[in-house]
Design a protein around this ligand. Structure first.
Ligand code: KG4
Ligand code: ZN
Length: 363
């Protein structure tokens, strides 16, 4: 048995300043987790403004660390190490976190571990559910969308991902096109409850193409066209029109995500995993119909669906602290991982992805 480790985690790669204390053991324990969102700072700009985000992280992160220690009831002296997100993400924010972590490590002499933000998400099923390797991971958020087989704390195999927008971005843009509030996901989901998903025949992008790659930008364009056509013919859109568009859009996202997940699951099952599981992370995993679709798929193929609580699906620092612990326990913490980087693909052998998401690089 490896001795339990208590780690401070620091996360600042996008628009959440976060700090957390996690202790490993027979079951990992989250002693505290502080997340300070910045939604209000960016609302007027229709997306995250990197400069504003970086400044807010620099101003807030040390307060987050103090609160995380206070909530956990421990001091810096009782830690075994510090883990910090070193990428991928908006570079100013990542730098704020890495600089703070370096300062704390220099002052305390504690070991410091640089963590890949996506590895933090991808290792969360082990923090919450002690899920053994290998398992299949679907990351679906405002910035990410990819299928990964997690083979070990540093070995992730990318089966596919979006070639353009992330699904969360598509929800956010759909909300914007229809005059709904941001973040768009919850607003579109709520509007869709009263809608008829069959009224608008939205495309299911890339379903006809083999493999697990996805595309969401054409769907967003289809929503724009549907709205414009209604405005041109009727002079505007009614609440019912809006609900029907949201329902049709959401049904298309669910169909695409579930079908591509099915393909990824079949490839993953070829490995003969001991405890087969599909795990999800990211804000879009909060979507009711997406969850139901994935639950049905998992029931159908006889594997476990691991859906951590929402606070651990979205950006947080507990996942970073945990990933740091896993890296140290595996003897895989490397000095070169402490350099802040905007891009940092989890699977260096997979072909590079195009473009940058609204919230940073789609690594
Ligand atoms: O993981 P997350 O909090 O942040 C990052 O993108 O890193 O994900 C936020 C995204 C937003 O695009 C938001 O619209 C989407 O997740 N989202 C949802 C729902 N709740 C949040 N999308 C669909 N349905 C939801 N209920
Ligand atoms: Zn994230």
């Amino acid at each position: 048995m490896t001795p339990p480790l208590t780690f401070l985690g620091i996360e600042s790669s996008c628009d959440d300043s976060a700090a957390a204390i996690v202790r490993s053991g027979d079951r990992a324990e989250i002693l505290s987790s502080i997340v300070e969102g910045q939604a209000a700072l960016h609302r007027d700009f229709g997306g995250v403004v990197p400069e504003i985000a970086a400044r807010a992280h620099a101003e807030r992160l040390d307060g987050c660390v103090e609160r995380a220690l206070a909530d956990a009831g421990i001091g810096l002296g009782q830690l075994d190490g510090i883990a910090v997100t070193a990428g991928p993400g908006l570079i100013g924010g990542v730098l704020s976190g890495v600089m703070l972590a370096r300062g704390l490590a220099a002052a305390t002499g504690l070991p410091l571990v640089g963590v890949n933000h996506l590895a933090g998400h991808a290792l969360t099923p082990r923090l919450t559910d002690m899920q053994p390797f290998p398992y299949l991971m679907l990351l679906v958020s405002g910035g990410h969308c990819q299928f990964l087989i997690a083979h070990g704390p540093t070995r992730f195999e990318r089966l596919g991902g979006t070639i353009d927008d992330a699904p969360g971005e598509a929800f956010d843009k759909t909300a914007k096109i229809l005059g709904l509030s941001q973040p768009g996901g919850p607003a579109v989901e709520a509007a869709a409850r009263d809608g008829d998903a069959r009224r608008f025949a939205f495309p299911r992008p890339l379903l006809d193409r083999e493999g697990c790659d996805l595309s969401f930008s054409g769907l967003k364009t289809a929503v724009l066209r549907a709205r414009d056509a209604l405005v041109a013919t009727k002079g505007g859109i009614t609440t019912q029109d809006r609900a029907d568009i949201c329902a049709g859009f959401q049904a298309a996202v669910v169909d695409v995500l579930v079908e591509k997940s099915r393909r990824a699951v079949l490839r993953y099952l070829e490995l003969g995993p001991a405890v087969p599981a599909l795990a999800v992370a990211g804000g879009v995993a909060a979507n009711g119909p997406v969850r139901t679709g994935l639950e049905m798929l998992c029931a159908d193929v006889g594997i476990r669906l691991v859906a951590p609580p929402m606070a651990l699906c979205t950006d947080n620092a507990a996942m970073i602290a945990w990933a740091g612990i896993e890296l140290v326990q595996a003897g895989a913490a490397r000095d070169e991982d402490l350099v802040a980087r905007p891009r940092w693909p989890l699977d260096p052998t997979a072909p590079g992805m195009l473009g940058f998401g609204k919230k940073g690089a789609k690594a």
